[in-house]
Design a protein around this ligand. Structure first.
Ligand code: SAM
Length: 446
């Protein structure tokens, strides 16, 4: 989400102030730090980086320094108390006001702070996104109203709100016209989407998927990230009905222990979660699954952790985002004693990650000898004579290709599974995957 927000800031400042991107802070007229506060470690990095930028500003007095994102939202003016050389502090919902804040700094030589939550106004004030490549994010909702006991997001990004349906579709059509083939719908809980049409009807997430998949040129559809509590039967059925929807589901479970899930205020049990995953697998037996996990939540016992490991083995995950619990200010869990010793947390995390890496390696091995549809993104990073793209389950595949394949789907025979990628031989070019799938579905019906 921060990646998306950062690119919108770049688009916006390019259109209003003619700014261009540079990766070198020493060359910049302005440096912006887009922060995350979901875990303490990310937050700590903010002030150490600001310290380095202070030295650059001592040499270049005109350098404008801005801090945005969730740390900015949480700390507000306090950032300037600790780092008085910061010129602007803006939140995730006020980044569209950056040009105005920048003018204030440049013309009035004053500091500018705006971390309010004006909600949908943000999207109405951003230019249409420019893309460079075949994949794009589209933000469909923001904020969170789930109030999990460990999480700071509802307090830093505000409560859930959905972008109007027509605006989302217009953005997707615009992206498809620029050559985008794969859309990743973005939000804290995308499946909580409830967007209004211009007629005032509410469109839920599963219905939105049908409309986005129907946009000419969009052949692959992903979403990031969803919450199990909003995993409706309509969404399960979308896996049967929408061939563009990739065979990869990221559904964060956090823990496999019902006791811990209750303390986290997640609103479901491990058995209910497994049932949702099983229902999806009935439609897509080979779907790859991934999840977020929090290790060492207050009170997590060995037995609770074993429940998590049992769930992991049952689901057979392909990937995880797993982190040690981090106590966050202002959350209900802050009041609970952070009582699991760090050594135990680290051991549990290492065990969980090793197990999931093991199943991911086994899934990669199973792919050897199969033909995968790969969306070609460009020359391979390590070997420019090779081309690179991704499979539906998001694995990087490198193969002998050429420039004309970029932006197209090609069939690749997987020949080797490496720790972080696959190697393959191209079989044929330019199959239109959704058409092939639809054709296959028709044969089945007949
Ligand atoms: N839809 C997601 C869900 O179901 O929770 C929300 C994504 S959340 C913003 C991103 C991830 O950060 C969470 O899934 C969780 O694993 C992790 N996270 C959030 N708060 C955390 C904390 N206090 N300590 C460690 N990890 C945390």
């Amino acid at each position: 989400m921060n990646e998306y927000d950062s690119s919108r800031m770049a688009d916006l400042l390019a259109s209003t102030h003619g700014y261009e991107r540079t990766e070198q802070a020493e060359e910049a007229d302005m440096v912006l730090l887009n922060t995350c506060s979901v875990r303490e470690k990310a937050q700590e990095k903010v002030f150490s980086l600001l310290g380095r930028w202070r030295e650059i500003k001592e040499k270049n007095k005109k350098l404008v320094i801005g801090v945005g994102g969730c740390v900015a939202s949480q700390e507000g003016k306090m950032i300037m108390q600790r780092a008085p050389y910061v010129d602007m502090v803006f939140g995730p919902q006020t980044l569209h006001r950056l040009p105005r804040m920048l003018d204030e700094v440049l013309q009035e030589h004053s500091q500018s702070v705006d971390v309010s939550f004006p909600e949908i106004e943000k999207f109405d004030n951003l230019p249409p996104p420019r893309v460079d490549g075949v994949k794009a994010f589209v933000s469909i909702m923001e904020g969170c109203s789930k109030y999990c006991s460990f999480c700071v997001v509802p307090y830093t990004r505000g409560t859930e709100f959905s972008r109007p349906f027509d605006d989302v579709i217009e953005e997707v059509v615009g992206l498809a016209e620029q050559g985008v083939r794969e859309i990743n719908l973005l939000g804290q809980n995308v499946n909580g989407y409830r967007g209004k049409t211009h007629e005032g009807r509410t469109v839920e997430f599963a219905e939105l998927l049908h409309y986005v998949a129907a946009v000419e040129g969009i052949d692959r559809l992903r979403y990031t990230t969803s919450h199990p509590i909003d995993f409706t039967d309509e969404l399960v059925d979308a896996y049967a009905a929408i061939p563009e929807l990739v065979s990869h589901l990221h559904l964060p479970v956090q823990s496999g222990s019902d006791r811990v899930l209750k303390a986290m205020k997640r609103g479901y049990t491990a058995a209910e979660y497994i049932e949702w995953m099983d229902k999806v697998r009935r439609h897509r037996p080979d779907i790859s699954m991934s999840s977020d996990f929090i290790i060492g939540f207050p009170g997590e016992t060995d037995e609770d952790f074993q429940d998590t490991m049992r769930l992991i083995e049952r689901v057979n995950y392909d990937h995880s985002f797993s982190f040690i619990y981090s106590q966050r200010p202002g959350t209900p869990a802050e009041l609970l004693e952070d009582d699991v010793p760090m050594t135990v947390k680290k051991e549990r995390l290492a065990h969980l990650q090793k197990t999931i890496l093991g199943s991911a390696a086994a899934i990669s091995e199973k792919m050897v000898g199969t033909v995968q549809s790969v969306l070609v993104e460009g020359p391979s990073r390590k070997d420019p004579s090779q081309y690179s793209g991704r499979t539906e389950n998001n694995r990087v595949v490198n193969f002998d290709g050429n420039e004309s394949m970029v932006g197209h789907f090609v069939d690749v025979l997987i020949t080797e599974a490496l720790p972080n990628s696959l190697r393959g031989d191209m079989q044929s070019e330019g199959f239109d995957l959704p058409m092939v799938r639809q054709f296959a579905a028709q044969i089945k019906v007949t």
